[in-house]
Design a protein around this ligand. Sequence first.
Ligand code: TXA
Ligand code: MG
Length: 360
Amino acid sequence: MTNETRYWPPERTDDGVREAAAALAAGGVVAFPTETVYGLGGDARNEEAVEKIFAAKGRPSDNPLIVHLASAADAEALASAVSPLERKLMERFWPGPLTLVLPVRPGAVSPRVTAGLDTVAVRVPGHELARRLIAASGCPVAAPSANRSGRPSPTRADHVLEDLNGRIDGVLDGGPTGVGLESTVVRVLGGAIHVLRPGGITAEQLRAAAGDEAAVAAEPSPAGGSGAAAAEAEAEAPRSPGVKYTHYAPRGEMALVTGRDPALVRAAVQQAADAERDRGRRVGILACAEHAGAYRADAVLSLGPRAEPELAARALYAALRECDERGIEFILAEGYPEDGIGAALMNRMRKAAGGRETAV
Ligand code: TXA
Ligand code: MG
């Protein structure tokens, strides 16, 4: 793969959308902004295009892709059935950061998109450029996050180029993305909404939308539980193949410090940072704005006020990439409360930390 990667700047989006849409229709692969993170798109019906996506990312072939659509009506064409509750979620949250896993209509997309499963994940993104691009291409657009597999998802066009320059046909620059974390992936089964991956739509929002009609069940933790009950839950619960892979990982090692009392968290982070620096490592700290000024480390990055987790969600992936750029070998991150978008934020932080977590 020695493509020249085209770059369409924010001030040339009209040309960009037209040319990128033509590239998609011709079987090319193009990165574009969504409201969550940048995606790497290709025609979901075109096996060769889909293969290019997997190759450019270095993505394992058993991890299926989300298909991006211009409207909810298009979802009905890809799915063999849509239940009233699924339709209600579409109406409430689309366009927006919710992905629904639906039974796939045979032949509607390349089997490479679904990794051979009998379901297909679909969403209508909330970003104007994404919707214009999809509509202009006339394709259902398969698009994983536009990063090399295992790297943090890109929230800016330069992140995409950092990972994929020369490996894809182009990138449409729409500036920094808004949510900063990926969409919430859900599957509705037996009247219950199963969250396979927490994300931009919170469990609270899903619960409110479903009313009394449905329970919202979180994804069973891969590490959690043991014995027959856990094994049974594991076997019955719908799973998202992607969640088993190492994700969102910075190059350095990372550890998380959680706790109710911010002062205790701060003290524990500084102590751990000092210990790592004594071992000769370059240490970075990801902290709330209230604490950032007081830390001693090789890099201290503020993720914004502690009471505004949506700002931390927007800033997290860029901060992980910045730590890499600055040669940070050990990252300490303060945990956030887990309500609202905090659930998705902590899910990604835990993945980035590979489970290293101290509660104080
Ligand atoms: O916000 C997002 O969702 C971004 C933007 C670009 O739309 N996309 C994204 O795609 O995060 P990706 O490929 O990085 O993650 C897709 C997730 C994976 O965890 C995958 O396993 C899951 O969706 N998934 C896809 N199809 C599935 C299916 N049929 N059943 C269960 N999980 C599925
Ligand atoms: Mg991804």
